[in-house]
Ligand binder design. Structure first.
Ligand SMILES: Cc1cc2nc3c(=O)[nH]c(=O)nc-3n(C[C@H](O)[C@H](O)[C@H](O)COP(=O)(O)OP(=O)(O)OC[C@H]3O[C@@H](n4cnc5c(N)ncnc54)[C@H](O)[C@@H]3O)c2cc1C
Ligand code: SF4
Ligand code: SF4
Length: 475
């Protein structure tokens, strides 16, 4: 690779020497899977290091969805999204917008929920993109809806049920409705949108964008039954036995893990998803002066930032490993720190302390890192005798979420709060039942949920066509 260009800082040029072009980044990239030959992060990196000047007008730069799957899997620890980001910022500074405009067209033509994705995945604003250009891009993406604004007639008689209305469910419903299937979506909450509505902060995704996508879905004929929890308001078996010929389970990961320590039941100890949901519902939250957030993922980061926006004066994240092991996106961590969130690494809560039923603080252990555990990250080991006390008015617990799967029949295999599927076609162990999104992967990203929804829709169509053909030939 030719690495002499001054467009790329020396540190990154040096790190590029360690890329041995294994292609794992491309193999793990959801955008590469969604766009087939139109996007390949490994080739893009290679091209950048050969001739960065030429790549400033390249649309691929803008097609990275910031999911960090490539970084998480890269054996050399390279961060492709941040390398692309450098060039995007340079392109914006030089007024070179051709690549961005081309990318927006590709997103419009190939990615379901394109407006939602522009806000939550592609982040042109991080390259200091002018708000006028951002607005033009939104307009371009909205033309898709304007062009197709008519009710679709179902051309198939086989009805499909989608359980859960997050990005995985919405995508599957879009694609199946476009193929002409009658689709009914069941949603436990009072409005559709999944984690985009329940958890995601409004500063990242304006709710109007979400409402518009859902309105468009309805024009395609999709029926959305909100306030209908499968397993409570309607049983899984009723759906399966009566009306529907195929089911797609896209229930996300909404069950929070507990710390499992003394004092967890005290007033002032709150679950991160409940806290974010309350804020998104515009309900009153009273956090007090000092807030601690336990966890190191994106939910912990968002909860900490929102706690600051809600008026807490000091917000501290307590994370049991070091910065390198933090699962949150590096970019999000930097943004939180810029806003004033502090992070205490290598600490783990031992006991939540309280008085008169209310939290006063947390007794913590210092930790040291041992051998890697099953996640591949080094295991935090409490250091005996290292206990110390931190005062807090509220503790927000954000140590991970799993799927609530107790409503499923035994034929649908699950493991540790995840539904097991064949990742090629999203088939579960039960015939005619498919699953995808966070319920399968654990907490992940919008673009991964969209890919799962798309694969499931394709697979459901194949399954229903094969079943129909078999029934026809049986005559
Ligand atoms: C705070 C926060 C911020 C995030 N920010 C980002 C971001 O900036 N970018 C990004 O890419 N990703 C982000 N994510 C992750 C992203 O939102 C998820 O990966 C994505 O929404 C998963 O989609 P899904 O369709 O699998 O499930 P979900 O979006 O979780 O939707 C599942 C839906 O199923 C419903 N449901 C559950 N059980 C039942 C049942 N039995 N019957 C009927 N309905 C049911 C739920 O109410 C929910 O509406 C964030 C997540 C959180 C929590
Ligand atoms: S996974 Fe890492 S080492 Fe392999 S090609 Fe991609 S950037 Fe290079
Ligand atoms: S961050 Fe995600 S979308 Fe971007 S190159 Fe890596 S895997 Fe692909």
């Amino acid at each position: 690779m030719r690495l002499e260009s001054t467009l790329i800082p020396k540190k990154i040029r040096e790190s590029a020497k360690y890329c041995h072009e294994c292609g794992i980044c491309t193999a793990s990239c959801p955008m590469a899977e969604l766009l087939f030959t139109q996007y390949n992060p490994r080739s893009l990196l290679q091209a950048i290091f050969i001739d960065p000047e030429k790549m400033l007008v390249e649309d691929s730069l803008w097609l990275c969805a910031w999911c960090y799957k490539c970084f998480n899997r890269c054996p050399q620890g390279l961060k492709p999204p941040e390398i692309f980001q450098l060039l995007k910022t340079k392109a914006v500074k030089r007024g070179l917008f051709k690549g961005f405009k081309e990318a927006v067209k590709k997103i419009r033509n190939s990615i379901p929920l394109p407006v939602i994705c522009l806000y939550t995945c592609f982040h042109p604003e991080r390259a200091e993109m002018d708000s006028k250009l951002f607005a033009e891009a939104l307009e371009e993406l909205n033309t898709r809806r304007k062009l197709k604004k008519r009710k679709k007639t179902a051309i198939h008689k086989e009805k499909v049920a989608v359980i859960g209305s997050g990005p995985a469910g919405l995508t599957a419903a879009f694609d199946l409705a476009e193929m002409g299937y009658p689709v009914t979506m069941f949603e436990a909450l009072n409005e559709a949108g999944g984690m985009l509505r329940k958890g995601m902060p409004e500063y990242r995704l304006p709710r109007k964008a979400l409402r518009d996508e859902i309105r468009y879905l309805k024009t395609l004929g999709v029926k959305i039954k909100t306030k209908t929890r499968v397993g409570k308001d309607v049983s899984f078996n009723d759906l399966w036995r009566n009306e529907f010929k195929a089911l797609f389970i896209a229930v996300g990961a909404h069950k929070s893990r507990e710390l499992g320590i003394e004092g967890e039941g005290l007033e002032g100890v709150v679950d991160a998803l409940d806290f974010l949901w309350k804020v998104n519902m515009k309900r009153e939250v009273n956090l007090g002066y000092k807030v601690g957030v336990v966890g190191g993922g994106n939910v912990a980061i968002d909860a900490a930032r929102i706690a600051l926006h809600q008026g807490a004066k000091e917000v501290m994240i307590l994370y049991r490993r070091s910065r390198e092991e933090m699962p949150a996106n590096p970019w999000e961590i930097i943004e939180a720190e810029k806003e004033g969130v502090s992070i205490e690494f290598l600490v783990v809560p031992k006991k939540i302390m309280g008085q008169k039923g209310r939290i006063t603080g947390v007794e913590c252990f210092k930790t040291q890192l041992g051998e890697p555990d099953e996640t591949g990250r080094r295991r935090p080991i409490p250091v005996p005798g290292s206990e110390f006390f931190l005062e807090f008015d509220t503790i927000i617990v954000a140590i991970g979420e799993i799927a609530e799967t107790t409503f499923l029949p035994a034929e649908v295999e699950t493991y540790k709060g995840k539904i097991l599927v064949d990742p090629i076609n999203m088939k579960t162990s039960m015939k005619g039942v498919f699953a995808g999104g966070d319920a399968v992967t654990g907490p992940a990203t919008v673009i991964e949920a969209i890919l799962a929804g798309k694969k499931a829709a394709f697979s459901i169509d194949q399954y229903l066509t094969e079943t129909k053909n078999r029934e026809d030939t049986a005559w």
